[in-house]
Design a protein around this ligand. Sequence first.
Ligand SMILES: NC(=O)c1ccc[n+]([C@@H]2O[C@H](COP(=O)([O-])OP(=O)(O)OC[C@H]3O[C@@H](n4cnc5c(N)ncnc54)[C@H](OP(=O)(O)O)[C@@H]3O)[C@@H](O)[C@H]2O)c1
Length: 354
Amino acid sequence: MRGEKLSPAEVAVKPKMKTVKLIVVGFGTIGRGVLEVLSEKRRLVRERYGFDLQVSAVCEIDGSLINHQGVNVDSALRLAAAKKLRDHPDWKQKKSLEVIREVDADIVLELTPGNIRTGEPGLGHIRAAFESGKSVVTSNKSPLAKSFYELKALAEKKRVLFGYEATVGGAIPIINLYRDNLGINVVRSIYGILNGTSNFILTKMFEEDLSLATALKEAQELGIAETDPAYDIDGTDTAVKLVILANSIMDRHVSLEDVSVTGIEDITLESLELAKKHGFAIKLVGDVGSMEVSPRLVHLSHPLNVSGTLNAIMLDTDVAGTLTLVGHGAGKIETASSIFSDILNIAKAGGCGK
Ligand SMILES: NC(=O)c1ccc[n+]([C@@H]2O[C@H](COP(=O)([O-])OP(=O)(O)OC[C@H]3O[C@@H](n4cnc5c(N)ncnc54)[C@H](OP(=O)(O)O)[C@@H]3O)[C@@H](O)[C@H]2O)c1
């Protein structure tokens, strides 16, 4: 749309606006980022696609905002920022599972943090959504790492759709790129830098000679690393993403136990100095081919030599050759780009379960 007035003929053929109702489960960094982007882009979505995206509920751990005519997104964001969400007139003492089952909606956005061993609470949320005929879009890795094939089968059985682009690589559209644009290809391997925090730390050590502890502290002060960054440093976060890529793109039927994992905790400034002398950097690389996460020497001119919090993913395919995608692997606005890509794909496919 160019924003100009429509002629009567154009008005006559303009399709009826379809309302797509969303339930947001988890109103932290990503949940709020999604609503910020929605507030900014709702009009664009109406004009470009003919969908009105409406938020029917926003679930927090101890209750939910529920409004069948649509939660006021801007007031929810304002009150959440002031830590006064519970003062919102739509606040109800209803927990996520009840809301997912009972509130009328097309798509559940599952945006909670997950336990990688159990997949909960996201696993229960996703199962409940599918069981009640709702599609799901998630940024939560744990349920996929734990039960990808079970969830895929349940979605198929219930004839709903499942989007999880945001679980790997933040803004990088790796999963949808494969599904939508590489259909004729066999993917031979996937490897890359899938964790922004460890890459930030390695970059700081390499470029500024900071110790691992100092670089980590800086990452935490900048809000890049989690309060508990153990999974970023020990390679587990990269391994979880490897499992998701292996199963969703290469149908490998693997789990976290199949990945050999070495983190960056033992990388020293001396080893980085030696690598640099020979024209290499050291990067934490996840490789689906060998199902391995480990620090590797990467030539300074190699496409995987990206700095700071950037992620880089390489796909080796038989027809398209090698593709490299580089972008922000985290961040509330960047990750929202992937979440909206799934929402729009589901809405366009009519996979709204109703
Ligand atoms: N941050 C990123 O850049 C990024 C990028 C890609 C993917 N992800 C993934 O996206 C998910 C969300 O990340 P985030 O950074 O937004 O985490 P976050 O800031 O910790 O927010 C998560 C929110 O979910 C709430 N929550 C926890 N359990 C819940 C439940 N049972 N029902 C309803 N709400 C519940 C939490 O409430 P309390 O605070 O009260 O516990 C919190 O408000 C995670 O799985 C993360 O790995 C994050």
